[in-house]
Design a protein around this ligand. Structure first.
Ligand code: NAD
Length: 395
């Protein structure tokens, strides 16, 4: 099969196995070049196949030589369709990790379900006995509640009043005004049910009750705050409410883990292009300006740079920087630097369809989007036939 990108709205329905493999190899190379450091030994990553979760898995494996179990929800290829990028990423990651002598096993299925939790518990008990780091990096539009069977769908909406502002149709290069009507109470509650902390707590409770958490265990979930410009749709919107719930859950888990001298932490990460963030209105235009300025300043980072820094300079640093006043780890520090944010505020009102390519790094944004699916990767021949069926060794 010759595999080309097929863009539908803000998703791409195809993925390239060799491109994904190369992008994983680049991330591995990045961490190896930064050198080894003391960190976790046995790591569970929930949401391990793309974005921040995949980068966390790579940082743990190649930075600390940790054993990892990864959980995700991805599609295998069939006669008509390629696999999803997370499938190809994991196949490539596991193959390389095994060649390099590292334990890496994966479980594909719905992490919100009881059956997948039970399967993961069995695997930990059998192979690792206990884990000393649990990364919670799910991003999902829906959740089936494992006890009630109720289906929740998340919404990306403002709260209280409509949002009126600018957004970009990234692939058409069109800057346009959008109005997003505010969420109702049910949509807010549903978004909290999907992206809040209830499922994270269920994972930690089950791991603890089955004695699968090691002393001094850490568990980390990821959040985003961003500048005032995006607050209506992010921080003060439905997703922000879910993130508040995630933080409240961390504070609750901190108490539950006290006997193990454990820690539950929320790390606030930088805005990066992932399948999850591409779906949020306004954010792609903000990111296009942000990337231009951070690249000019030499501070631009993707998932792997962020996660390497999180592990090396915060979670496992002998003298980590202080958390912020709310107790968050902040690896969004370079994004939030005053000079960067001041310039974004200046550029934002000026951006139009005519000047979007010169005032912002829209091309860089689109390029990173293609790369998520294994396209636009140097050294891959996209005109060549490639077998879309790729096995993940442990599945
Ligand atoms: P992503 O879409 O790249 O990754 C999501 C992961 O969750 C994938 O591994 C996917 O397979 C898995 N997943 C989704 N539904 C699942 C299910 N039901 N069962 C099992 N696995 C499932 O997303 P991302 O952007 O890396 O987001 C991860 C976390 O980081 C989220 O909490 C997000 O809010 C946060 N974050 C993202 C950004 C950003 O700019 N992308 C910034 C800061 C924080």
């Amino acid at each position: 099969m010759i595999i080309r990108p097929k863009i539908r709205g803000f998703i791409c329905t195809t993925a390239h196995p060799e491109g994904c493999a190369k992008s994983v190899a680049e991330q591995i190379q990045y961490v190896k070049a930064c050198g080894r450091f003391d960190g976790p030994r046995n790591v569970l990553v929930i949401g391990a196949s793309t974005g921040y979760g995949l980068a966390s898995r790579i940082a743990a494996t190649y930075g600390c030589h940790a054993k990892t179990i990864g959980v995700f929800f991805e599609k295998e290829a069939d006669e008509k369709r390629t696999a999803s990028p997370g499938w190809y990423n994991t196949a490539a990651f596991e193959k390389q990790a095994h060649l390099d002598g590292f334990y890496a096993k994966s479980i594909n299925g719905d992490a919100y379900s009881q059956s997948i939790k039970d399967a993961v518990m069995d695997l930990i008990r059998r192979d690792l006995q206990q884990v000393d780091l649990v990364i919670y990096s799910l991003a999902s539009p829906r959740r089936v509640h494992p006890v009630t069977g109720q289906i929740y769908s998340s919404a990306l909406k403002p709260i209280g009043q409509p949002f009126v502002g600018k957004t970009v149709d990234a692939f058409r290069g069109e800057v346009k005004d959008v109005t997003i009507e505010p969420a109702n109470e049910e949509e807010i509650a549903n978004t909290i049910a999907v992206m809040g902390g209830e499922d994270w707590e269920m994972w930690i409770d089950q791991l603890a009750s089955e004695n699968l958490l090691a002393p001094n265990v850490k568990t980390v979930a990821y959040s985003y705050i961003g500048p005032v410009l995006t607050h209506a749709v992010y921080k003060n919107g439905t997703i922000g409410k879910a993130k508040e719930h995630l933080k409240a859950t961390a504070d609750k888990l901190q108490g539950k883990l006290a006997a193990l001298h454990g820690e539950a932490i929320v790390s606030v990460d930088k805005a990066v292009v992932t399948q999850a963030s591409a779906a949020i209105p306004v954010v792609p235009l903000y990111m296009s300006i942000l990337f231009k300025l951070m690249k000019e300043k030499g501070t631009h980072e993707g998932c792997i740079e962020q996660m390497d820094r999180l592990f090396r300079e915060h979670l496992y640093a002998p003298h980590p920087p202080a958390r912020d006043k709310d107790g968050f780890i902040r690896v969004d520090d370079l994004e939030m630097e005053q000079d960067i944010q001041r310039k974004i505020e200046e550029i934002w009102p000026q951006v139009t369809t005519e000047n979007v390519k010169s005032l912002t790094d829209l091309d860089g944004y689109c390029d990173e989007f293609y790369r998520l699916f294994g396209f636009n990767i140097d050294g891959v021949n996209y005109d060549a036939e490639v077998d879309p069926v790729v096995k993940i060794p442990s599945i």
